[in-house]
Design a protein around this ligand. Sequence first.
Ligand code: ATP
Length: 349
Amino acid sequence: MHRVALIKGDGIGPEVTEAAMEVIRAVTDRINFVEFEGGTEVFRRFGVPIKDEDLEEIRKMDAVLFGATTTPFDIPNYKSLIITLRRELGLYANLRIIPDLWGDREIYIVRENSEGLYSGEYEVDDGRIVDFRVITENGAERIAKFAIELAKERNLKEITFVHKANILMGDRFFRRIVLGLAEREGIGVRERLIDSFTIELVRNPWQHRIILSENLFGDILSDLASIHARSIGIIPSGNYGTEIALFEPIHGSAPDIAGKGIANPIGAILSGAMLLEYLGLNGRVIWDAVRDYVKEGNLTPDLGGNAMTVEVVNGIVSKIEEREIDPIEWDELWVDEIRINTIPTLFMK
Ligand code: ATP
């Protein structure tokens, strides 16, 4: 049995995580979900977005499934729950998958998640503030390795590395590490400068399959690339550390549609698929079922349909069940197959 921490959050967070759990349960009964509270309410009561003892428990789990939480502006000193979790759990790699669900292609955005301009280090001096854009050898190496391993696992021959090495010293250092490692591993690197690359990412996105960048650049690029998925509601992500990984849809808590039963659950469901792959279970069957469903099924309003969340969940579960294979067998079959040729050990527990 795998133990997975569940943090549903608020807004549409609970609706979409419950949807993901239902789909996961249609694939495997080998996950034991343990629920934890976190976010604004916890902060109001305890002054932290998640309690220390809960964090300690979560550290002992195999993975985390996260919904969404609102980060309010009006609570003084409020610390974002997801940023706290990324830091406390050492989740250094952020992988966002921008899927073309109607075609058979994806863009993987690999963002360094722990340093760069979001290092949190700054200096206040007489009349000026300096934010430090920290790039360490260890930080650059481990994220470059992550992107290169992903390329190998997906049978891709190259990655796109986006930087501003013509101006920034940190990116010069980062670039040397990425190019050196890629050469040793036999993976090509297409280099792009961050400013002109934004235009390319709008006009001609699908020729770049794996995009690697520093924290702030990666943050902006991954938001920009989201437009190619047709709705923010369908994009999944994983945050990986050396001990644990956390999976979440990229959308926020969407207070405007919360409680109406119309949230698109696909981003959370595909995050569940990434979670299963990380645990060595059959996540691929969920990707296939979602792709089958969207081609013919009724979609939620963000994708132009009039389906409720529950209808989409039921439709995807039916697609899984149509495969008429015993779920236990799937796991075993896929664990073997994944070990051989799909998921590199880097992404697995
Ligand atoms: P937060 O403060 O939590 O980030 P937000 O409203 O600023 O919330 P999102 O939650 O990402 O940001 O929502 C942006 C827009 O996208 C909203 O109009 C929301 O309704 C829509 N949206 C986000 N997620 C979904 C979803 N899963 N299904 C349908 N619409 C969504």
